[in-house]
Design a protein around this ligand. Structure first.
Ligand SMILES: *Cc1c(COP(=O)(O)O)cnc(C)c1O
Length: 406
């Protein structure tokens, strides 16, 4: 049974008002709200358990360690990784992608190629540009068509023995386009020895993830977009690959032995977890996974798809409203503009006055905005706790903005 009111009752923040109106939170692709069960785990950690992990013989340190390792195993199950030590705690997708680009430095040389797509978030562009600067490798970008859909014949054309990395997102944050990563991975495996990196920041909150079935080498996502605290995230990497690559940060926790003559590194996952981790946050990420499991992946997806369908249908009835990205290929996001009526942020400001939170601007995807020749869009993005009544208020707000700005 999917009971939306019961779900909403688990998110206290949804009861608050903004500008004198009940909050309508439709900025979930930027960050989701956190259920009380996750907040309680954070609170309980600091009131009952707080201690540094892995180092202490004392009871609290051991309990904190056990809880964090239990959370790691929950996340292992959540993405179906083969081993728990393939699950590395990070502070988010950005750190995960930078980590991968850094540890691959020695694997690339001049004229090697890295393939990304036009639909990437800046955090899946810039670390690769920096890797190119370090190594002399070149970036190749799979283009999109006018519906925001990747043109995969370019991938066929680009793939060669020079390709060392293919890094794409599973779902675009700006448009909500779901990319055919199965096909991208299959083509890449067939035609190159490249490392395959999947940015799952927008898919982990919505889909069932199975990294073994997917057969990617790396999969990264952020906790804060899937009901967990900010400053949490996961890097999954295949065992043989992580074992063979060098560490990222040096420091405590990641060593086996350390002397001035030289240092040996700890095994996985600790080799990639230098320094004191966000213990409370990492434990709470496990609680967020519990929350999603309780609601059920199918329920989450069905509800969010129904919201998207409903929003899209009503918004498109507004004359002069343009939605970006092919509808059949989207999830969780509707990105639009009112043509000829002000700019996206004007619309966002009017919606905010009505208590409706949406994102406006380039969404950290300036290349996509340049492609469509716009400065930005208004983006409404959905989570499991959103309702059809909230969509009605969004539509009403957009109509009002059009009247006011027109
Ligand atoms: C949000 C996002 C990122 C960056 O995640 P952070 O949590 O800001 O590190 C990367 N890629 C996509 C697709 C995103 O939506």
């Amino acid at each position: 049974m999917f009971d939306i009111q019961e779900i909403r009752s688990q998110f206290s923040i949804l009861d608050r008002e903004v500008n004198g109106k009940p909050l309508v939170y439709l900025d979930n692709a930027a960050t989701s709200q956190k259920p009380n069960s996750v907040l309680e785990v954070c609170q309980a950690y600091y009131t009952e358990l707080n201690a540094n992990v892995h180092r202490g013989i004392h009871t609290l340190s051991q309990l904190a360690t056990e809880e964090m390792e239990l959370s790691r195993r929950k996340i292992q199950k959540f993405i179906n990784a083969e081993h728990d030590f393939e699950v590395i705690f990070t502070k988010g997708t950005t750190e995960g992608l930078n980590l991968i680009a850094y540890i691959l430095t020695q694997k690339l040389q001049k004229d090697d190629e890295i393939i990304i797509s036009y639909l990437e978030h800046h955090s899946n562009i810039v670390p690769w540009q920096m890797l190119c600067e370090r190594t002399g490798a070149r970036l190749r970008v799979i283009p999109i068509d006018e519906n925001g859909v990747l043109q995969l014949d370019y991938l066929d054309q680009y793939l060669s023995e020079k390709t060392k990395v293919v890094s794409v997102n599973q779902v675009s944050n700006a448009l909500g386009i779901v990319n055919p990563i199965e096909e991208i991975i299959a083509k890449t495996r067939k035609n190159s020895d490249a490392y395959i990196v999947i940015d799952g920041a927008q898919s982990a909150p919505h889909f069932n993830i199975d990294v073994q079935k997917m057969d990617c080498d790396f999969f990264v996502f952020s906790g804060h977009k899937m009901y967990a605290p900010m400053g949490t995230g996961i890097l999954y990497g295949k065992r043989e690959i992580l074992e063979a690559l060098p560490p990222f940060h040096g420091g405590g926790e990641m060593i086996a032995t350390c002397s001035f003559e030289g240092t040996t590194y700890a095994g996985l996952p600790f080799k990639y977890e230098a320094g004191t981790p966000n213990v409370g946050g990492n434990i709470a990420l496990g609680a967020a996974v519990d929350f999603m499991n309780r609601v059920g992946h199918e329920n989450i997806q069905n509800h969010e798809n129904a919201l998207l369908e409903y929003a899209q249908r009503q918004l498109l009835e507004i004359e002069g409203l343009k939605v970006y990205g092919e509808k059949a290929k989207r999830t969780g996001v509707v990105s639009f503009n009112l043509e000829g009526v002000g700019i996206a942020s004007d619309v966002g400001m009017i919606l905010d006055k009505m208590g409706i939170a949406v994102r406006t601007g380039h969404h950290c995807t300036q290349p996509i905005m340049n492609f469509f020749n716009i400065a930005g869009t208004v983006r409404a993005s959905f989570a499991v706790y959103n309702t059809f009544e909230e969509i009605d208020r969004l539509v009403e707000g957009v109509k009002k903005a059009q009247r006011m700005l027109g």
